[in-house]
Design a protein around this ligand. Sequence first.
Ligand code: BGC
Length: 337
Amino acid sequence: MSRFSIRRTVLSVLVAAAACVSMPAFASKEKPVIGFSIDDLRVERWARDRDFFIEAAKKLGATVSVQSADGDTAKQVSQIENLISRKVDVLVIVPKDQSTLTNVLKEAKKAGIKVVSYDRLIKSPDVDVYISFDNERVGYMQGEALMQAMPNGGNVYVLSGDPGDNNAKLFKAGAMKAMDPAIKSGKVKILGEQSVKDWLPANALSITENVLTQHQNKIDGFLGPNDGTAGGIIQALAGQKLAGKVPVTGQDAELAACKRILAGTQTMTVYKSLRLIATEAAKVSVALVKGEKVNYKPEKAEGGVEQILLDPIVVTKANMDLLVKDGFYTKEQLGLK
Ligand code: BGC
């Protein structure tokens, strides 16, 4: 081979390699590329969602590029823009604040990219499907468990999730529905309610410290919207030697929360199988790219978005072993015999 043709061969290999890097992802529907944009990987559950999702996507021949916005709306928008410019086939989004995504989703639609709203609803005509749990039911389970833990009634303080998260509204609506009869009969009084910005445990801690002071510790139950915030509430109660004496709800079946339930400082949690939602979402994403039929719920979500809703399960000390049976934790992790 002449020097010239060696050079030419090297050059064409380099050109081919460069083409590979920037090649549109639409190249093969058999190997879709999924962009997974997550609000905040600092919350334990989302890291598990990510892992289950990647595992499921891989089995379906897809690859996943994950971005975490660390709870920052502007960062989430620019990360999604970046995924669009990299020509992913489908975007799977856990929105920090759905109202900030309108324009970027228009861009996605224009680029022919499918969009899956993961766990939290994005009310946009540019979203193809919303996949989540029955979130009002999650809230109902919390409210119901709180009422069961307060057979003599009393004063309840309500904490709800981040105001930018549509789920926070659904959880609270469900919980209020469950508590409504006790409130109407005068058995239970709602002392007040506050939302926990960014779902941060530290914010739940300071809200609880303040309301305990304000009400001279005369609070008989806390509606905790998730396990992270329940941790903050219980920390504040512990500061007043009230942990284990005042019921507190949660959700997510986080390991620390399960341990608190076993120790008696948290009343309950709600288990939402993350393997299930992640696997279903991966299947739907790939089906959308391939143009295959997807079975939605007959009724659409708010904003007219097609939806798939999965079933949540209440977890207390009595049925904690179901998390072991479902492979969510080992007995050793939970400290069960
Ligand atoms: C999810 C919860 C989670 C919370 C905070 C909600 O939208 O449904 O499972 O605890 O966000 O990240």
